[in-house]
Design a protein around this ligand. Sequence first.
Ligand code: BGC
Length: 371
Amino acid sequence: MKKKLLSVLLTGAFVTSMLVGCGTSTETTDSGNGAANTTSESSTASNGTKVGVAMPTKDLQRWNQDGANMQKELEAAGYEVDLQYASNDVQTQVSQIENMINSGCNVLVVAAIEGSSLGEAMDMAAEKGIPVIAYDRLIMNTDAVSYYATFDNYKVGEVQGQYIIDQLDLENTDQTYTMEITAGDPGDNNAGFFYNGAMDLLKPYIEKGTLVVKSGQTEFAEVATPAWATETAQSRMETILSSNYANDDLNICLCSNDSTALGVENALAANYKGEYPIITGQDCDIENTKNMIAGKQSMSVFKDTRTLASQVVKMVGQIIKGETVDVNDTETYDNGKGVVPSYLCEPVFADKDNYKELLIDSEYYTEDQLK
Ligand code: BGC
């Protein structure tokens, strides 16, 4: 645990000292306040405070929703917003964050493309005393990150693993089942949490021989999917299917998220004649939810991006007002420099039986979007 107290000279309303939060031992932390160093003359409800929001890519549905929700809520709270997407290109994201800093953003909210590659931009934020909230993905090896807001990533994996156990009654069965694993991007700190959450539950069944991974690929490094790319997951699964499942059924595909599940579903559609497997996912992306309704994906994990955005907007407000910032986890997320105080939202299990209530009744999607 490491506390770093930065004295920051602010050019605006007041001088304050800021607790940059890599590590506190309580469930709540004192908030920093880098908010007043604005040169803006505009006087909105939040006194010209500008929030930079850096998102990874527009290619995946969820980040479009995250960005749109953040912008809407921040603007409704009276903040000016600089929202940027970086086409999954790390250097673009670094430049965007540096521009946000240079153009006077008072707080940064960053969903990193690669958690370990933002060092310089983070140093710059720290030098200027600008608080950073890591959004959904932890930013690694820097003490510039004040807070982290995400879903409980380990639990996401547990929900997927437990689903497989329950569906096949693995605790009581004498049968063996074949399984293949598709995990996420090694550059994304979340990917290991998803993998571990599921595998901590499933490994005992692999060791017992109840689950058989015919490809032999079980280690995270072997099953990871760089950039979470659908095409990469698809071509890997095509190879696995032709080498191992030409004559055998593949019973289970543990997929860490929906973009990788989609790749696996495409590979199965083109290359597989056996009985259709159980497939897990995460995010309830529209394509995957449609597949869930059509019986081509068994489940997904619903992470309501509206909840995360609201939480982060609340945290931004607390930081700016110098209030205690809401966190509910001060143990789990060590970014290499210390534990970052975190707020973990609850992920929720979704399948064809409850998607209407979860996704349509809550107005996350309209019925038409899922047709
Ligand atoms: C997010 C997932 C998402 C994945 C790919 C992860 O960091 O937590 O929700 O599916 O990135 O974008």
